[in-house]
Design a protein around this ligand. Structure first.
Ligand code: ATP
Length: 510
């Protein structure tokens, strides 16, 4: 984009942000190798790449959290602030991460002006003024949120808007959104995209990270692809078709294979019986699943699907009802009991329930199956590493080896370790909650192939997700809306009907 003044020299739009030949190493890992990125004013610029390609590392350099080993960053063609000048960085750029930086116990207004309270005489915080300022700020960006409510009450979507507003209020006009749609349902994604459009019209520029390529086509103007720490492509989104984009990301010419479907065995016995389950949030489910059957539980953000899944695996204690696995009634609210009965679990929140970041890949993969890697209380490091190597190979985990700390892996590779751990016990029942969240387009296929694989070995699988690709591997999909099962769809549903069902349309279709 450029504009010409009639009475002056050509004025070029300076890049809002630029990374110039940026290289970053972590020990022997090269996370970025001479990477360039140019983000121009008013664009929504997609940053894509496979898990471990270097996207988060580039973000940490663009936000001043890490210093590059080589190369530099500019904003509006000016050198980036010094590393210690955090306020300087905050005035230029902000990143909305998947993990919230909002403090739940404070109100929205307090979060918006954290450490910048309007003070009156004697240094006392002037609460009414603070509230008014917060309201003014949100109104200026057409954000409709009650500033007096505690931030804990905010939905994921509102929390993201508050973080964006906070960044705008300190002057930043360049916002990085790191997989912003990962925890939103279809309606939430639409609203987010609406806001992005509005803010862009008001002069805000975005860098948008997502593994959902359709989102790139929907909302972004430019796309930059990183592969194996290198910059491989920057182009207008309109000029790159999907196969070209996937090829740029993977380095291969790929047509992704369709997930093989095998109908469940007609006479197979029931393995899982969920009887009159009710969660403390009021969601209800009764369900029987056969040996070798793959059943999806689908629904939007407030459908209750995750609540019932968490009650099934013992992550939450149900208000009532029973869960019976191969004739054994599971102890309510006990994950250890579920694991002992043969449940393998990929939880929704890998940060909270999934992984211990300081431990190695091998320790994380095997932590729920000590009996498989040792005897009489002694762990055999060799057996543990062998099992971990198997996981690394099967799931194509990008890591330097079984000894690497899980905390040093990229987000998508951490998710693969969580899957590896769920599989390590050779489960009878595999419960996968949003299993491909944050996982790249190619790895998604690997993870979904796992489902077909464990089913072949006779396991029963529950897939809790609103991702159509995740649900496609299922023999049938149970749809929940507002805490109730509203329909059931056999394999072969169309995208439109399932999306409509998840949004609460077509209740009668049971
Ligand atoms: N603190 C760290 N210590 C060691 N290695 C690291 C660290 N942070 C990142 N890496 C490595 O740098 C590489 C790039 O990781 P990065 O997190 O930038 O990838 P990504 O593209 O964001 O992936 P994902 O899509 O999975 O989030 C990976 O090999 C990762 O293991």
């Amino acid at each position: 984009m450029s504009s010409t003044g009639t009475d002056g020299p050509v004025v070029r739009d300076r890049p809002v942000a630029q990374a110039v030949n940026v290289t970053k190493r972590f020990g022997s890992t090269v996370a970025l190798s001479a990477v360039n990125l140019v983000v121009r004013p008013g664009e929504v610029h997609a940053l894509v790449g496979r898990n471990g390609a270097g996207k988060s590392t580039l973000v940490s350099i663009l936000t001043g959290l890490h210093a590059p080993d080589d190369g530099h960053v500019t904003f509006d063609d000016e050198a980036a602030p010094a590393a210690a000048d955090r306020d300087g960085w905050r005035r230029r750029v902000a990143c909305v991460y998947q993990k919230s930086t909002i403090i739940p116990t404070l109100t929205v207004a307090e979060n918006l002006f954290l450490n910048r309270h309007t003070r009156g005489y004697g240094g006392l915080i002037r609460w009414p003024a603070l509230r008014r300022e917060a309201e003014k700020l949100l109104a200026a960006w057409s954000l409709d949120i009650d500033v007096r409510q505690p931030a804990a009450m905010l939905s994921v979507e509102q929390r993201q808007f508050v973080e964006i507003a906070r960044a705008l209020s300190v002057g930043a006009r360049f916002i990085i959104l790191d997989e912003p749609t990962a925890q939103l349902d279809a309606a939430g994604i639409n609203r987010l995209f609406g806001r992005i459009d509005d803010l862009r019209a008001q002069g805000v520029t975005f860098l948008f990270i997502s593994h959902h390529l359709q989102e790139i086509y929907e909302i972004c103007d430019q796309v930059t692809v990183l592969r194996d720490a290198r910059h491989v492509l920057t182009a207008a989104v309109a000029d790159v078709d999907r196969p070209t984009l996937v090829a740029a990301m993977t380095g291969e010419d790929v047509t992704l294979p369709q997930v093989a479907h095998r109908p469940s065995l007609a006479g197979a016995p029931v393995r899982l019986s969920v009887r009159d389950l009710a969660t403390t949030s009021g969601a209800e489910l009764s369900l029987e699943v056969k040996v070798g059957e793959v059943v999806g539980i689908a629904g939007g953000g407030s459908s209750g699907k995750v609540d019932v899944a968490e009650a099934i695996v013992g992550l939450a204690r149900p208000a009532r009802g029973t869960v019976v696995l191969d004739g054994r009634t599971l102890r309510p609210g006990s994950v250890p009991d579920a694991l002992a009965a043969g449940v393998g679990l990929v939880p929704q929140d890998r940060h909270r329930e999934g992984l211990v970041p300081a431990l190695s890949v091998a320790e994380n993969v095997t932590m729920t199956v000590p009996h498989r890697v040792g005897r009489y209380g002694f762990i055999s490091p060799a057996r543990r590493d062998a099992l971990a190597r198997q996981t690394i190979a099967d799931l194509a985990v990008k890591t330097s080896g079984p000894q690497e700390s899980v905390g040093d892996l990229s987000g998508g590779n951490q998710q693969k370790v969580v899957m590896g751990r769920a599989l390590a016990g050779d489960p009878k029942l595999l419960v996968l909650i949003a299993p491909t969240a944050g996982v790249d387009v190619r790895s998604k296929q690997t993870l979904l192939d796992v489902v077909a694989d464990v089913r072949r070995r006779g396991a029963t699988v529950l897939v809790i997700s609103d991702e159509l690709d995740d649900l496609r591997v299922c023999d049938r999909v149970v749809v929940m809306f507002a805490g109730r099962v509203t329909g059931e769809w056999a394999h072969g549903w169309t995208d439109n009907e399932l999306v409509a069902a998840m949004e609460g349309v077509g209740f009668d279709h049971v």
